[in-house]
Design a protein around this ligand. Sequence first.
Ligand code: HMG
Ligand code: MG
Length: 295
Amino acid sequence: GLPRHVTVYEVGPRDGLQNESAIIPVEVKAEFIGRLADAGHKVIETTSFVHPRWVPQLADAEDLLTGLDRRPGIRYPVLVPNERGLDRALAHGVEEIAVFASATETFAAKNLNRGLESQFDMFEPVIARALEHGVKVRAYVSMCFGDPWEGHTPIAQVVAVGERLLGLGCHELSLGDTIGVGTPGHVTALIEAFRDPDRLAVHFHDTYGQALGNTLAALRAGVTTVDASTGGIGGCPYAESATGNLATEDLVWMLRGLGIETGLDLGKLVATSTWLAERLGRPSPSRVVQALSKG
Ligand code: HMG
Ligand code: MG
């Protein structure tokens, strides 16, 4: 069966804006996040406390959080790779973080400057200290389906990394198809290989146009949290073939048709995406945004 409600975990301000070549002013980011809240989002991944040289697009994380109107009832998680990042997040009153692991050796090296095993030396103290501070920890695993350098990612390798992160106390595990190569049968098989679909989320990039089909497969397998980015912006600067995330509007259109509640206002999301597209200087890649914004 299908769930009656889906939690949309919005990643536009983080995954979306980390990949823009233009430098977006911090005021525009804050307005984007405010508009996402107005559209009904209850969880908005806001920025990253990574090395500013690695992701200059998000080097303004401190300024953004300082000026941000954080509304009650809305979660504003941020990406944190290491203890230095955790210190920065704690100093800005962050209540939820996300660590991001790799399912493959090559991407761990490219994205984290670590190995498949040694990435855990970095995450373990971050997770432990965050939990001591009452900060919730989500975990990502990237390259869950395939990787540009290693090809197909074995399911057992994804499960080993993912279960280990859950065992360390992460409340949720987001399975990332960083380069969008997954297909629905593979999604079902991967989710079924985990012990507990309740703690899984899915994070699809729409590079091959499979994101919606993959999402439906994930919902049928018991997943109820879906990552998406308003307007379908996004990508990973350390995986060149990555394009935008599943667009929140495309997701909401499908879920609405299925009678699944999200609490999101599609009209406000589309208006936000057309507003943002002007600031980014290019149209939203979302098909639903394109269809609904034609006068
Ligand atoms: P490193 O070079 O190995 O860092 O990078 P280090 O630990 O050796 O430290 C070197 C210097 O950097 C030190 O300074 C640290 O203090 C400083 P020094 O003592 O030499 O003056 N430093 C920092 N400064 C500020 N904030 C920090 C920080 N950490 C170290 N947090 C590191 C390791 C993990 C930091 C680096 O590789 C990095 O920042 N990587 C992030 C890459 C990234 O953000 N990628 C995109 C997000 S992942 C993604 O998009 C996928 C996802 O969407 C899911 C999917 O689609 O699959 C989540
Ligand atoms: Mg991503």
